[in-house]
Design a protein around this ligand. Structure first.
Ligand SMILES: [Fe+2]
Ligand SMILES: [Fe+2]
Length: 213
């Protein structure tokens, strides 16, 4: 396996895991909002979930076509992503949209790193990731339009003690930490760092990182 193939495999593996996670988050949030009768939120989340499914289908196909081994942590990741979706939706629609904003912000940056790395290496994959990045940016804007930034940092007006109910911060921290920690056995930032490091090496360099992701 040469360096280019390893780089592409790593990108596809982590993206497939990330898109699977996004789909699970939205799916769990949708179920909660269906249960609560929040039809407008169900509609918005369903629309975004359809685009996530398109992204996931693409990377699932690429995994097969390029003979890439999916992450071995997939089942754990699915459970974690579902937990993020359920917990943030239970906090309310705005907390759920805070989760969306936080996760999409990470994904947009992550995809930008890959777009830069893929320049001159795989134009087709690069153009797909550019399209998906635009979708993710639109999801982030949808979240903001639906109040992701309106979640109060404190829900107690009379707060004068050490305990504050920081719903927005909780949603962000919960979403990001879980997302970053569980994605594909190689967190998103690590993927970008590893990939960047590999790009600086000669493609034939035997010292190319050998980690799974
Ligand atoms: Fe996506
Ligand atoms: Fe998205």
């Amino acid at each position: 396996m040469n360096a280019k193939h390893k780089l592409l495999s790593r990108i596809i593996r982590v993206n497939q895991a990330g898109e699977l996670g996004a789909q699970k988050i939205y799916s769990a949030q949708k179920k909660v909002f269906e249960f609560l009768g929040k039809h407008d939120d169900v509609k918005e989340i369903s629309r975004m979930a359809e685009e996530e499914q398109e992204h996931l289908d693409y990377f699932n196909d690429e995994i097969k076509k390029r003979n890439v081994r999916p992450t071995i942590l997939g089942p754990i990741w699915e459970v974690g992503a579902t937990a993020i979706g359920l917990s943030t939706a239970i906090m309310g629609p705005k907390a759920a949209y805070t989760c969306t904003e936080a996760v999409e912000e990470v994904i947009v940056e992550h995809y930008q790193d890959q777009i830069d790395l893929l320049e001159g290496i795989d134009p087709l994959l690069q153009s797909k990731i550019k399209k998906f990045q635009a979708d993710e940016e639109a999801h982030k804007q949808t979240a903001i339009e639906h109040g992701s930034q309106q979640v109060p940092s404190k829900t107690r007006d009379d707060d004068d003690g050490p305990i504050t109910d920081c719903t927005r911060r909780q949603a962000c921290v919960l979403s990001l930490w879980t997302y970053m920690a569980m994605s594909s056995g190689c967190c998103i930032s690590l993927c970008a760092v590893c990939a960047k490091r590999s790009q600086t090496r000669d493609p034939g360099d035997a010292g190319f990182p050998e980690s799974e992701s």
